[in-house]
Design a protein around this ligand. Structure first.
Ligand SMILES: [Zn+2]
Length: 407
């Protein structure tokens, strides 16, 4: 029995967005939902108990990082990712495909692009050496930790992810950039399709071999960059795969996403995908992008941005992002946000956080991260609630109008 299911509750009228519920062996996730990232089996500087208290329904860790350190065998022996990090709820791992390639060439998830942008298959960030090489069988890459050489194939990624034991895993894919030529995107899409088939076969084998373990769901990852025909083909191809009865349990909307076209791209994919399977938009967490993703049919989201920005003293408020080291917070003996109900805002002042950041105290990161994760988690929770109540567009207009208006 799969112990994994998804059901749709309410739809946004005239759009692809919907609410629903994902059931996993470690609990349920009401969608749309934002899934905070604990890359190395920890949300940096924050206790798992605090993540639960601030409303996180699940956490996402990274297969590439956990493969390098401490290694999948140790996580497996610990009883899986959740047990290892004392998080009893649902967990996700991404395949490592994005990391082995992006750490190799140093590209960003969302690239601002105009028509004149230089296109090449050899784009490498300034002063970065290419650390990853892709062939039809897999990717050979250099560890960012010690420079040692490693190889991921679809089979190896699935073996690692089965040992990590997350409830939701992602198929190994080739993540291209917006700078790649169309010819390369096409070739890469076929490679990712063939890898997806191999992932399903290996997933079936490992599920049978590890039948004493809780079921782990596998999501296929859809690429195709900014091209409508390639995106639609990717969705149809992966939704149609069936390897001896093994099919994808859901889909990851992945790859290079042009911010200006994000809604269109998610829409193309979701129009082609089956209604009854969940869709995860990989690596997206800016407020405006989350609204666009939800409206166009994405159910779950993950992003390192809320915690990464918090550690640099950038925090969210309803009036936009502010920097806590700004002199105006030195004597603000009031919470970061008067209307925020997070642990940080109900116990500490902005003046205290301003001091902690300036003094480079570790507690600064902890308190700011709790606030930012709460902000983004509740933002997506509100989207879910307003879809249910029929007020999604009112909420969207009100929130975006206030958040992105320069004061
Ligand atoms: Zn707060």
């Amino acid at each position: 029995m799969s112990q994994f299911s998804f059901n749709v509750n309410t739809r946004i009228e005239g759009a692809l967005g919907r609410t629903g519920q994902i059931s996993t062996p470690h609990g349920a996730i009401s969608t749309p939902a934002f899934i905070p990232v604990g890359t190395k089996a920890t949300v940096k500087s924050v206790l798992p108990e605090s993540m639960k208290e601030l409303g996180a329904q699940a956490l996402l860790a990274n297969a590439y990082h956990l493969y390098l350190q401490p290694g999948p065998d140790i996580v497996d022996e610990a009883g899986g990712l959740g047990a290892f990090m004392n998080w009893p709820g649902p967990t996700f791992t991404d395949s490592g495909g994005f990391q082995v390639l992006s750490l190799g060439v140093g590209f960003k998830k969302v690239i601002a692009m105009d028509e004149k942008t230089f296109r090449s298959d050899e784009v490498i960030a300034d002063k970065k050496e290419r650390l990853a090489h892709v062939d039809d069988d897999g990717v050979t890459f250099k560890s960012h930790l010690d420079g040692s050489m490693h190889r991921f194939t679809p089979e190896i990624s699935l073996q690692i992810q089965h040992k990590l034991g997350a409830d939701i895993m992602f198929a190994f894919d080739e993540c291209t950039t917006l700078h790649n030529t169309r010819g390369y995107q096409q070739k890469s899409l076929e490679r990712t399709r063939l890898w997806a088939k191999r992932c399903l076969v290996e997933h079936g084998r490992l599920t049978a071999e590890r039948s004493h373990k809780p079921y782990q769901a596998l999501f296929g990852v859809l690429q195709g960059a900014q091209y409508e025909d390639l995106r639609r083909k990717a969705a149809r191809d992966l939704a149609g795969l069936n390897e001896d009865g093994i099919t994808f349990d859901g889909f990851g909307l992945g790859g290079a996403l042009d911010k200006a076209k994000l809604g269109e791209i998610v829409g193309w994919l979701c129009e082609e995908l089956p209604e009854d399977k969940p869709r995860h938009l990989l690596g997206i967490g800016e407020p405006d992008d989350l609204f666009v993703g939800v409206e166009n049919g994405a159910d779950t989201f993950d992003c390192v941005a809320p915690s990464r920005q918090a550690r640099t003293s950038a925090v969210f408020t309803k009036d936009g992002r502010v920097n806590l080291t700004n002199a105006k917070f030195q004597r603000k003996f009031a919470p970061i946000s008067e209307d925020c109900d997070c642990y940080t805002c109900t116990h500490y002042t902005a003046a205290y956080l301003n001091h902690l950041f300036k003094a480079k105290e570790m507690l600064a990161s902890t308190l700011a991260t709790i606030h930012n994760e709460r902000f983004i988690v509740t933002l997506v929770d509100r989207m879910r609630q307003t879809i249910e109540s029929g007020e999604f567009y009112d909420f969207k207009a009100e929130f975006l109008g206030r958040f992105y208006t320069k004061k």
